[in-house]
Ligand binder design. Sequence first.
Ligand SMILES: *Cc1c(COP(=O)(O)O)cnc(C)c1O
Length: 375
Amino acid sequence: MEFRDLRKQYQVLEKQMNSAMIQAVSDGHYIMGKQVLELEEILADYVGVKHCISCGNGTDALLLALMAWGVQKGDAVFVPDFTFFASAEVVAALGATPIFVDVDMSTYNLDPHKLEVAILETRKRTSLTPKAVVAVDLFGQPADYERIRKIVTQYGLLLLEDGAQGFGGRIDDRKACSFGDMATTSFFPAKPLGCYGDGGAIFTDHDEWAQILRSLRVHGKGTDKYDNIRIGMNSRLDTIQAAILLVKFEAFNQYELREVNRVAEQYRRLLPDTVIQPMVPEGYVSSWAQYTIQLGNKSERDALQAYLKEQEIPSMVYYPKPMHCQTAFQHIQDGMEYPVTDRLCSTVLSLPIHPYMSEEEIIRVSTAIQSFITR
Ligand SMILES: *Cc1c(COP(=O)(O)O)cnc(C)c1O
């Protein structure tokens, strides 16, 4: 059994995929070929925003967004304590200070109440300028944007949606990657919409930011590549990856998103009551980058993972370490506490999930967990 079966996906898409890749290579426009522009239009349309600016990976997407806003030393940017390192890394890379915020125990996403407390504490106790919030759509589920947007507006901050894991999610009729003033995603192979290498994109309705982003991704270009009007970087999506994504997006939109939700529903029915299952609030739809359960404590979680491994069932701990405990951030002494993230890092376990997972496989995982619990 595979944790995320990308080979199976390739087998299903093989014919179209091979011809799309060969076409891209034989066209000879390896950088910024027409597939890149076509993909950007299709994704912007799907998400429901004016602009999609593709780039080299999901980390660069976050970095470019913060660069476009001029985030710099002296700025505070609020980031969930429970996320992948990149969400906070980009803040520090620009010399700004990431302020970590604890998350909600049942959705795994930023806790809006704690966000407000962190903003007030930062204003009161530091000389930093609160500038932006990075809200992460963790494991495929959009954050609580209704409440987060209110707070961001009240305190005059910018909202960056890190939708690296969230592409395809929804709240009612509104799609993930449309909630932030800017939003980003990643096309890393294992993400909900992945390519065959690195890739990323930024989404926004804002014309001027979109223009700045298109400049920043090509060395801060002005009218052309050899007219450089700002310091940027080299971060573009390869034409061949765009060609791959055009094929994968069709499958994602036609059936993969529906199928991965079928797997999640089967888990929900089959897993024993004693494990805590991921909570999807009313009106929310997840794209299930991960299916993450919670056990009672660390030793139980570790024992379950070892038990599953014996049965050749892969599982992962996303994430074993809170941001505030990362060595790279040890200089940030904000004196705040993160009881929920501390607990989650000891109790979570992510199970195999992908659109091509069979009912037999889901039953095998669920039965193994059931027999572990009753052993
Ligand atoms: C994967 C991920 C990123 C970074 O994306 P890359 O394409 O790997 O650079 C950023 N944020 C989150 C939450 C992620 O899961």
